[in-house]
Design a protein. Sequence first.
Length: 188
Amino acid sequence: MKKRYLVVAVMLLAAVLVLSACIETPPEAIELLRQKYSEISSAASIKQEITITKGNFTQFESVKTYTKTENGYTVKGSEKTINDVDADKPFTEVQIDTTVNSAAGATPSLTLDADYFEAGYRLTETGLNAIVKQENVADVLGVEGTSLKAPTDSLVLEMVISNQALGAVRIAYVSNDCNVVILLTIDY
């Protein structure tokens, strides 16, 4: 009788081990986010909005839509820059209608590492909301420390995953009393 219980117990243990080997462990949330960010190149379109404001004044505004084609991307949009006070018009606006080989200009190079974020960040299967540690801003943006052309303070990084894909990336920071916001909206 004891042998029978022992055989049953061994068989149950073997079944548990076999079943656990068949179940794939889901990647950590940061790995999932990295994977989703790397899949941007498969997007049908990427809308990039950049706004730089100082107080109530918009100093720069750029809205571009990168639409995937067989040979690269068509880029349509506009850039609006505030002029000096002695100019005839308050803004200079340039229309954009061009073709590029890749969407590299639409998407910033981001290095995602949980160690680069301030305590209290939120990282789940639906996205990320984090303040980047000041000493790691260049690391997250994928540039050398001396390559940052302007100060970048209080950088907030938000990423939203919806329908199993990265749907939006928002980067906001302060630079010389200006608020900078970069928003990517991705459609697949």
